[in-house]
Ligand binder design. Sequence first.
Ligand SMILES: NC(=O)c1ccc[n+]([C@@H]2O[C@H](COP(=O)([O-])OP(=O)(O)OC[C@H]3O[C@@H](n4cnc5c(N)ncnc54)[C@H](O)[C@@H]3O)[C@@H](O)[C@H]2O)c1
Length: 435
Amino acid sequence: MIPTFFRIIKSKNRLGFGNSKKNQIVLLFPLCPTTTTLYFATMGEAGHDYEVAGGGEAGKTVRYGVVGVGMMGREHLINLHHLISDGKQNVAVACIADPHVPSQQQAVELARSFGWTGLQVFAGHKELLDSGLCDVVVVSSPNMTHFQILMDIIHHPKAHHVLVEKPLCTTVDQCKKVVDAAKKRPDMLVQVGLEYRYMPPVAKLIEIVKGGSLGHVKMVAIREHRFPFLVKVHNWNRFNANTGGTLVEKCCHFFDLMRLFAGANPVRVMASGGIDVNHKDEIYDGKVPDIIDNAFVIVEFDNGSRGMLDLCMFAEGSKNEQEISVVGDIGKGEAFVPESIVRLGARFAGRAGVKTLRAEDERIKYDGLHHGSSYLEHLNFLAAIRAEGDKVPAVDLKDGLISVAIGVAAQLSIEEGRFVRIDEVTDGTFCRTYT
Ligand SMILES: NC(=O)c1ccc[n+]([C@@H]2O[C@H](COP(=O)([O-])OP(=O)(O)OC[C@H]3O[C@@H](n4cnc5c(N)ncnc54)[C@H](O)[C@@H]3O)[C@@H](O)[C@H]2O)c1
């Protein structure tokens, strides 16, 4: 394609690159969702002939590409920057893909601030895949795009490892298609971004529960009280059709944790929720948002344990954003985020015996938006990639699928005012194929 125009931009240029030492060429192709390409290269370099950002000692360079560089995609870039800066990981960021020029520009600006040269920018994931520039693709585009992007990655002749943001997809059917397609690609690792598992107080509580000191887990209660959904590019997160619904989009994190604490799979779900405070005065293309802002959800598991989610998204006046309680027949454990505290008590010792522990993880080099969990998620996934088949991703496609299925069942339960069995939303294939 011939560019409609190009500009040679001096340092401190119009894209706002602060520390440019050389002139930059920026070629802007016609703005169109599928074909727009903003090509950014250091002067004198062309095509693929450039040095990618990276460094470190561990093995062959693992080259990353990020698809979708909005808020979360840029968060991944910052995490990767910290991995690179650590010096122990031989990691590079080769390319990004995003159709939204302002997002591209912000990512490029970030790359410049890290001193990265030669980041290649594409408008779409297909161009990124065809470029052959990366070994790992981070998918951090809006939820409703995950399915097609994942299928294209899985069906691409070149094998790419994938870290896909939660939720895996917006429907169970799409998740199942991805799981089935990925089975035919043993040369690819796919990790789902259910990163709350890595938050230090949550990880500590998981360790305590798995250690058995609480006994058999009977009840898992998770309270998320937080601020409303943020504004996103083109307001995609305002509608269930794009997100899968609040209980899929946001709460798949918590259903994943419940399943982990319970050590079991879900059987049926009952929920009550609504849109009571947020987004009621917003209109996009004549439509009012339909995403719920509060809910109670009960999940019953196949080992008899129960989970409960208490979600409120107009609760900025809270000390913690997440409060988790796990009670077994011997004791109780709690985790508080962001206080980063874990409490642990046994029935026989009563209130006086409750211990409070501070949870920290010294491997974290960047706390970021999620209390260091994204950094640990990257470390973990990179270790699985480096193990070349000897290690599986900590959070796999099955985890992604089941967390979506619980959210879908909860959304349906609110709509229909009844318990919804998990096998209803999975067409019965859940137990047969995915447990
Ligand atoms: N792990 C977490 O806790 C967490 C937190 C926030 C967001 N997320 C997830 O990250 C993803 C992105 O969310 P966000 O907050 O960054 O949204 P965002 O709106 O800030 O950014 C999304 C970006 O993706 C781009 N995009 C849209 N369609 C695309 C396509 N087909 N290919 C490539 N790029 C495309 C948009 O132009 C935009 O720049 C979502 O799946 C979201 O659920 C996860």
